[in-house]
Structures are given as C-alpha cells and as structure tokens.
Design a protein around this ligand. Sequence first.
Ligand code: F6R
Length: 606
Amino acid sequence: MCGIVASLGSRPASPFIIQGLKALEYRGYDSAGLAVMGAKGVKCIKAVGQVSRLERKVKFKRPAGKLGIGHTRWATHGRVLVKNAHPHCDDKGQFFVVHNGIIENFAILKEFLIKKGHKFSSDTDSEVVAQLLAYNFKQVGDVRQAIFLTLRSLKGAYALAIISEKEPGKLWGAKLSGPLVLGIGEQQFYLASDPMALANFSRRMIVLEDNEVVEITTEGYTISNLESEKTVKRPAALVDLADKEAGLGGYSDYMSKEIAESPRVVEDVTRGRLNSETGIVKLGGLDTVASQLEHIDRILIIACGTSYFAGMVGEYLFEEISQIPVEVQLASEFRYRNEPLSRSTAVIVISQSGETADTIAALQKISDSGILKLGVVNVVGSTLSRLTDAGVYCQAGLEKSVASTKSFIAQVTVLVMMALYLNNHSPLYNELLRGLTDLPEQMRGFLKSNSVAKIAKKYAKYNNFLFLGRRYAYPVALEGALKLKEISYIHAEGLAGGEIKHGSLALVDKNCPCFATALSNGIDDKTVNSLAEIKARKGKIVAVVDDPKSEAAKLTDDLIVVPKVPEALQPLVAGLACHLFAYHVAKTLKRPIDKPRNLAKSVTVE
Ligand code: F6R
C-alpha cells in the first residue's frame, strides 16, 4: 500500500526521502513523489514507476531544503498517472499533502470545494485534503486551526504528512486508522507510515494513535488529540529494526530468501516457548489471560488472505487438540455481518503486518463487547498487536516479498503451540512437541533436495490449476492456489478433495493439471479416489507425498516428496512445497516475483 515519509531538521530532506521511499518499495506501489520546502517555495517532483525514476528526476532538479514529504502510491482512486501521484497540493500551491488511506467522503467534499471555485487537477480522493486545507485556511487564517478543521471533516482512513508555505518551518502529521510513526533523531524529526523507512535514521520512535496530530518544528514536537486539542504525552520507544534482515543476502529475490528462512522461523517461533524434554509449552503472552481462557467455549478466528488460510489450519488444530469449537471468518465479511456473539467466545486475529484495514475494522467492531481478543501478529507494536488483549508474536522477522511465505509457516507454528497450550492433556501433545522440535531439520533436508524447481518448470505452461487437499491439507490447497495466482498470474482454484466431484471436475482435462497434497492422514483411500477421478479425465497430477510408494503416488505424474511428520504439522511441510512450486513457476515465467502486479504488501485500505 501507499507509503509516507517526511523529515524536518538540520539535514537536507530529499536524500532521506528517496532512501526512505526505497525502504518502502517492498510494500508495492505504482508511482512516487516528493515535495521539498526551499527558500523560494515548495518544489514538487513526481514520477510513475520505480523510486529510481523519481530519484533520477530529483538528481536533475535538486530540490534544496530541510523540510520535505514523500510518498509511494498504490492506486485506489484514479489511474497510475503523474497527476495522480502524491504529493497533492491545492490550486494555489499553499498546502502539500501525502496521504495513505481512503477519504470516504471525498466526493461530497470535492463537490463542495468545486462550488467554492477550487480547481482540481487529479482524480484522487487525497487531493481533496490539500484543497480543503486551503479553503479552511482562507476562512480562519491560521494553519493549525485549518488543519484541525480539515481533519475533523474527513471520513475514512488516513495517515497524512502536511507542509505549507504559510508556515514553512513546520511539518504536520495526522493519523486515523492508517499507521504513522514519529522518528526522533539528532536535531532531526521524521514521519513514516512504516518504521522500516527509518531503519538507518532513527531508533527512537513514537507510534501515533488514531485521532492524533503531531506538529513538528526544528526545536521539537507536540502531539495533540484531534477532538480535545489537548497535548498528549507519550515517551519514545527504542525500536530495533534489525536492518541485518533487510538485504537479499545473496538470494535473487526476497521470496526465495524468505522461503529458505522457513526452518529458521520454526526454530525462532518455538525457542523458549516449547520444551520437548520437559513437555512444556510456555506462551507468556497468553499467561496474562489464562483465567479468562479457562471459560472459553468457542474460538472465532478472523483474518485475510494467507493469514486466513493459516487460521483455517488453526480451526483443525484447536478442534482436534484443544477440543474447542472454532469458526474462521474473513475479516472483510465479519465486519459487516450481524451475528450474535457470546462473552465465552475468544476472538483470534491473525495478521503478518498487523495493519490490514479489514482485520483492524473487524477487531474494532467488537472492541466494547467484553470478548477476549487475542492476536497472532508478526510486526511488533503494529496496530493489531496494540488493539488485542493478549497474543503470541509470530517472530518471522521482516517479510519483504508481497507474497507471504515464512509468515504462513510462523502463523501455523504459533497456532499449533496455542492449541497445545490450551490442552496439555491432548493425546497428541508429546508427539507434536517432538514433531515441532524435529521439524526445522526435516524442512532443511527437504529444501536441500531441491526437487520442486524441475517439476514447476514443466508445469509453467498451463493456464489453469486445481489444488486439492483434505482435512489439514484443505487450507494448504487454498494457500497453494492463492500463491500460484498471486505471483505467476496463472488461474488456480483450491478445493477440498471431496468437493471436486460436485462441480469442478468439469474443468479437468489434459490442459488443467491438479496439484494435490496427498500426505498420509488416515483417509488416504479418499484422496486416492479423488486422484483417480482426475486421472480418468486425463488430468496431469503433481502430488506432495510423504510415501513415494503410496497408492496416491502411483496415480501421480510428478512427485514432491516431503518428510513424514504428524498430520497436524503437515501444513508446514506441504505449505513449504506449495510456496516453492509457486515460486519456481513464477520464476520460469519471469514474473516480478517480489512485487506482483496490482498487489501491495500491507493492505491498509478497505
Ligand atoms: C498472500 C498475502 C496476503 C496477506 C493478506 C493479509 O500471499 O500475503 O493474502 O496474507 O493481505 O495480510 P496480513 O497477514 O498482513 O493481515
């Protein structure tokens, strides 16, 4: 999604802005721009495409100044054109803004401003903010008041950085739903929508809360509440951004690097939390709500995309291990559903970024219900981690590729541990504890075997795929299909194995192969039935198996052999196989693996 950076202090603004925007490139964007306050006013430069194109323009135009704002855009309103790139300004060039989010009432505001004579030059919702600032300034003659008045008129979601020629020594930031942090350096202040942009600049940060406005000068900053206008005092936190993780480290792209990190992620997630010798699962994050957890009789898991599929694995885990009924819902559906919820339900939100707008809205919907809210979140300090009562961090480290891979692995691992934590009398307890301990080495062995690349190459020519799996492998089928679509642009559909004969079998012929997860799970004969149905229609089959001599393996054209693990851990090895398959198909097709078209890393708009 869109990214924001801004700086004010003793150093030139544009080098930081370019570097900050580059650090945000992994999030996905289609254009970029900056505005720098110079001695003769604001210089605004924009470019469609990569930040390097903006950088070239900036090198040529040399905007001098120590106050500036920058933006990477992911189009929502208006096509990918220079005129729609940020920063936006009002028609007199007095106020410049960069905006992350959606102004839901922009059409009404725009109509009003047009009637007042304002001339718009973009198709975006964001421009309305700059125009409204100028309009309000004309009414009240004061920048601060104009900003507060404007923000109070906005509906939707925003993180904003604002500069104005009317007060050329000030930088303003404001937030509602979209993330925004204030970075505090040596005689230098920064704003960023993602702390990663500040990795090499500032470790002291303040995460702004909703309805807060920050006013920054070279001397210091003041945070105020938008409604009461009262000053908010909050100490800065020291944030370790682990910059060492940020590079490619010899890999050709982040996706392959992050897939390769999967075994290490399982180790990191379980370290200090799981002890197969003593038979203990220790989740400090849940201990604080242990007494509430005792009264839980239903779990509702809420998430989007890959995190939702991890949640579906959680459904099988909690039901089988913890013996608690579970429902998994898409956040985008849950937020608009009218379902009765009881206080004995615990809600678990799952999110890599912790900033997904739909998941945040879903959680906000139940904020006053007294329902226990738990988080399985990767990014420490993110909005979701702050909105939940308790939770377990995923500890997957920074994930840069748009497609989630190691995060899925981390999420499922956390869910296994949570399920065990909730029932240490489960007959599966010891087997899973041992299984999780052995898993990283087994995953490493599989990655070394390097068997998937050759098979994927063969299958890159097809335009359609079916992904099949039963029980724990069903969510894996959905995840495998999503990953293939997302990065290779090949159409794929994930199905529960038993469902194929209820309609989708009609698609199967020699041009529609099937990727099946056919691991031993006690209903192997059922999997064999589904594969036989495909084979009979001349469909090619690639299967993930743990027994190359199984009946399922005999029906298969190409085998991906993964290590044998307990069934509840199979999504981890099968997920790894799916990630590798999608990766190598996309690589064969020369797709831009880390930044698939039309997508962004963190979906902070509805
Ligand atoms: C797919 C993918 C997305 C995310 C989804 C939720 O590879 O990455 O489907 O899983 O946008 O994002 P988070 O987990 O950040 O809430």
